[in-house]
Design a binder for this molecule. Structure first.
Ligand SMILES: NC(=O)c1ccc[n+]([C@@H]2O[C@H](COP(=O)([O-])OP(=O)(O)OC[C@H]3O[C@@H](n4cnc5c(N)ncnc54)[C@H](O)[C@@H]3O)[C@@H](O)[C@H]2O)c1
Length: 259
């Protein structure tokens, strides 16, 4: 019986590929045999992420801003030109925005966070879906957050944007009824990363953030998560092992939202 968790020969597009979670996913996709199109607006970091992959990995780097429809069209076109298909799309680029209460949050920052986290995810799906619908198969995995499932002080705009990602995901899953295309999202919790440190620092108002032991006190797993642990769920959702999974928001949070 074939190993349904392998991604041999599959074409996987990953946005936010130069970031912590994106890079971990590139490595896991490559290890499972996927051919990769890595997208990020930070070109030098993107190239470095690709260079760090095993020499056997087939990977293409495309520098693009996910908020620009032209650039989104371009990374989709590059993937199809190079590999002829898109089997998995990890729609993952995102920003945390400012760490401030709503009354201090500027409209400009509000719009920027929605632009990257919601418009970027929307545009990615808008241009990848026609490719997958034509193939009658494909798996889209958007990155939401546990902040998309509950309120999050000082990052209300980020939280609102991730609630929107979950809504887009579930609606897209319905729109793909009977097509062979599955749409899901992952909701990472507190992942040991630059983004989490920035949020914790911002919430402390410039003071030292609370010690890790205090932060993990409200997580049943009693530790922060690893980017590789998010990648594992993404690779599962990309694979045939998840053939009956669509419209789901998968928490990867050590149980943080279980209460
Ligand atoms: N780190 C966490 O604890 C955590 C928790 C929950 C959800 N998430 C989500 O996971 C995703 C990845 O987060 P991460 O921790 O790897 O963060 P990160 O900052 O390390 O990576 C995000 C990547 O997205 C890229 N990016 C940002 N705006 C872009 C744009 N307009 N166009 C193209 N690329 C752009 C950045 O250059 C960066 O490489 C994000 O959507 C984030 O909101 C992270």
């Amino acid at each position: 019986m074939p190993d349904r968790i392998r991604l041999d020969g599959r074409v996987a597009v990953v946005t936010g590929a130069a970031g912590v979670i994106g890079t971990a996913t590139l490595h896991l996709f490559a290890a499972r045999g996927a051919r990769i199109v890595a997208v990020d607006r930070r070109e030098a970091d993107l190239k470095a992420a690709i260079k760090a992959l095993p020499a056997s990995a087939e990977a293409l780097a495309v520098a693009a801003d996910v908020t620009s429809e032209d650039e989104v069209k371009e990374y989709v076109r590059s993937a199809v030109d190079r590999f002829g298909a898109i089997d998995a799309f990890y729609n993952n680029a995102g920003i945390e925005g400012d760490i401030k209460p709503i009354q201090d949050y500027s409209l400009e920052s509000f719009r920027r966070v929605l632009d990257v986290n919601v418009v970027g995810v929307f545009l990615g799906m808008k241009h990848v879906l026609p490719v997958m619908l034509k193939q009658n198969k494909g798996s889209i995995i958007n990155t939401a957050s546990i902040a998309g499932l509950m309120g999050s002080p000082m990052i209300a705009v980020y939280s609102a944007s991730k609630h929107a990602v979950i809504g887009l995901t579930k609606s897209a899953a319905w729109e793909c009824t009977g097509t062979g295309v599955r749409v899901n999202c992952v909701c990472p919790g507190m992942i040991d990363s630059r983004m989490l440190s920035t949020i914790l620092q911002g919430r402390s108002g410039g003071n030292a953030p609370p010690p890790v032991e205090k932060i993990v006190d409200r997580i049943p797993a009693r530790r922060l998560g690893l980017a590789t642990e998010v990648a594992s769920i993404v690779a599962f959702l990309a694979s045939d092992e998840a053939s009956y999974v669509s419209g789901s928001a998968y928490t990867v949070d050590g149980g943080r939202t279980a209460a």
